[in-house]
Design a protein around this ligand. Structure first.
Ligand code: BTN
Length: 328
């Protein structure tokens, strides 16, 4: 499906007018369109969720913008310089990771961000399907870190740390990071991350990082087996919350942690992920490659590995899944 698009210039003019009514004449002059065309464009914006007041002899003013991650809403007030620019919004797409991978292969720049209201083929780790109903925040973005494919571990950890910060900053909720990269609250999953690299001869050409955050969905609509293990911000707060502030906050935090990380080996990411870990200090069983390894989750390594202390010594886990039944 094509990304949504509408008249940005009219929106910019109305936004710049703040609380003031702008006459049709003034808008027509600034936008370079006829007064007759304004009404049609105002209707288009209303259909996109914008509340616009029209008063005879006074003109138009913007009352409110919707909490929909349209590119111009993401970028209004976005402090990040590269991430979220450009941005695309789809009412529905197969998987934002797939859309982003196509754009990455076409050469779109680092920071390109794709958001969808729903995904028909949302994917999770280990080939699982990812439920992507309206109300959640489903998005992916392109990174071009110029790293070896073997060194990409800290990238997903950076995304997890940035999302954790964004949730805390915008809602006050303090999720923990469950290794490798889930956000959890009281052990129940709030968000997941799927990073996919494209590369040649051992180097990453680009990496797409996709995040799924449960925001305003009603938990009662989740299938029972998922509902028991999941949580949404709405279920935690007892009310709906804005997705745009979370997304903007994430993009800025990610940009800061990522830029610093490429300079200094992801020290701040590691510190944040370690401090807010749901895994460290616990006895865990991790399934990986058909086997299960158990031990004490001791520390995270700079490469994103979880270092376990087992009866046979230390083991660095680079991938795997914590088996819930084994958690202490
Ligand atoms: C997991 O925990 O298994 C990872 C889930 C990742 C889901 C997100 S939603 C946006 C992006 N598009 C996808 O198809 N998957 C990721």
């Amino acid at each position: 499906m094509e990304p949504g698009g509408f008249d940005v210039s009219l929106l910019e003019i109305l936004r710049a007018g703040e609380d003031r009514f702008l006459s049709g004449e003034e808008i027509a002059r600034q936008a370079g369109i006829s007064r007759a065309a304004i009404w049609k464009r105002v209707e288009d914006l209303r259909a996109q969720g914008y509340a616009i007041e029209a008063r005879p002899h006074q003109g138009y003013r913007l009352i409110s913008a919707p909490d929909i991650p349209y590119p111009e809403e993401i970028q209004a007030g976005l402090a990040a310089v590269r991430f979220g620019r450009p941005a695309l919004h789809f009412s529905s797409t197969g998987s934002t990771n797939d859309t982003c991978r196509r754009l990455g292969a076409e050469g779109w720049p680092e920071g390109t961000t794709v958001v969808a209201e729903t995904q028909t083929e949302g994917r999770g780790r280990l080939g699982r399907a990812w439920l992507s109903a309206p109300g959640g925040l489903w998005f992916s973005f392109i990174t071009r870190p110029n790293l070896a494919l073997a060194d990409l571990g800290p990238l997903t950890m950076t995304a997890a740390a940035a999302l954790r910060r964004a949730v805390e900053e915008t809602t006050g909720i303090q999720p923990l990071i469950k290794w490798p990269n889930d956000l959890v609250v009281s052990g129940r999953k709030l968000a997941g991350i799927l990073a996919e690299a494209n590369g040649e001869r051992g180097r990453a050409e680009f990496v797409v990082i996709g995040l799924g955050l449960n925001v305003n969905q009603d938990l009662a609509t989740f299938p029972p087996e998922v509902r028991r293990r999941a949580v949404t911000l709405r279920s935690l707060l007892g009310r709906e919350t804005g997705r745009l502030p979370i997304l903007r906050s994430f993009l800025l935090s990610f940009e800061c942690l990522y830029d610093a990380g490429l300079r200094d080996g992801f020290r701040a990411t590691l510190a944040d992920a370690s401090e807010h870990s749901a895994t460290l200090g616990r006895k865990v069983c991790i399934s990986c490659g058909g086997g299960i390894i158990s031990g004490d989750a001791w520390r995270l390594d700079t490469d994103g590995a979880l270092i376990l202390r087992t009866t046979n010594g230390q083991v660095a886990m680079h991938a795997g899944e914590i088996e819930e039944a084994c958690l202490d």
